[in-house]
Design a binder for this molecule. Sequence first.
Ligand SMILES: NC(=O)C1=CN([C@@H]2O[C@H](COP(=O)(O)OP(=O)(O)OC[C@H]3O[C@@H](n4cnc5c(N)ncnc54)[C@H](OP(=O)(O)O)[C@@H]3O)[C@@H](O)[C@H]2O)C=CC1
Ligand SMILES: O=C(O)C1=N[C@H](C(=O)O)C[C@H](O)C1
Length: 263
Amino acid sequence: MVRVMVSGACGKMGRSVLNAVQQDPQLELVGAVDLHAGSDIGDLIGIPKTGITVQADLVEAIVSAKPDVLVDFTKPSVVFSNACIALKHRVSPVIGTTGLSDEHKAEIKNLAEENNTAAFIAPNFAIGAILMMKMAKEAAKYMPHVEIIELHHDNKLDAPSGTALGTADMIREVRKSMQQGNPDEFEKVAGARGANVDGIHIHSVRLPGYVAHQEVIFGGLGQTLTIRHDSINRDSFMPGVVMACKKVKGLQGLVIGLENLLD
Ligand SMILES: NC(=O)C1=CN([C@@H]2O[C@H](COP(=O)(O)OP(=O)(O)OC[C@H]3O[C@@H](n4cnc5c(N)ncnc54)[C@H](OP(=O)(O)O)[C@@H]3O)[C@@H](O)[C@H]2O)C=CC1
Ligand SMILES: O=C(O)C1=N[C@H](C(=O)O)C[C@H](O)C1
């Protein structure tokens, strides 16, 4: 059994993770942390009381529950500190929270190695999103003109999404930095062309009604190709989170991307 603690337990993803962990026979839910402390986990996810109460202090929660894995779905300003606390206690972080900088990732990698405790980060835990990213990388070899539109619910804090940045990184592995659009183009309103990652423009839409969606649009001579993924609810992420909880202890150092856990 893998002992799992969830940070950000009262949030949208946290509650889904509590549910998924509860239902998996190889995982044991041993604790939960959130700013909104005090509730029994059962009350949060509509099952009978579990006797596990959401705690406010991560260190206290780790020391008392002794998890193997800390699943983090909190917020960009919190996740780095949570990951460091986990690793210093030899608990493997499974990180879904987006917004970590490259410097933070490097520090997490160092801490994972120093403490001989693996860490895992996935910008997106949905298998369909991973396939979209892989297909986009393949398509970019042949159709290098590409733009990304990511569409999310309007509570999202970070932009562009981790998935969009991850997609751009994968495309950059096969496509050199290049100018797209008219070299003389200018923005009449700042930001009209979106973020620019090595010439790949990323456009972020935030609206109520959306969950998490992305289109990668390629343009070529007389044709376009659109690869689109839609998470229509948060269940889409759960098989990936459960898989990461089971596999993280067998990893070395820091591993980034669900594609690296797939057989
Ligand atoms: N990798 C992936 O596949 C996915 C990643 N995400 C990412 O996961 C993150 C969470 O998303 P979502 O669940 O929608 O967000 P929510 O805002 O619904 O949930 C976050 C929860 O964390 C709580 N929180 C804030 N600070 C702390 C803290 N210091 N310690 C513990 N808990 C804290 C929040 O409390 P309060 O509301 O008071 O701030 C809230 O209850 C985001 O970064 C999002 O981008 C989301 C979906 C999939
Ligand atoms: O905030 C979200 O909801 C999501 N965040 C992740 C991201 O930034 O890519 C993953 C997914 O898109 C949902």
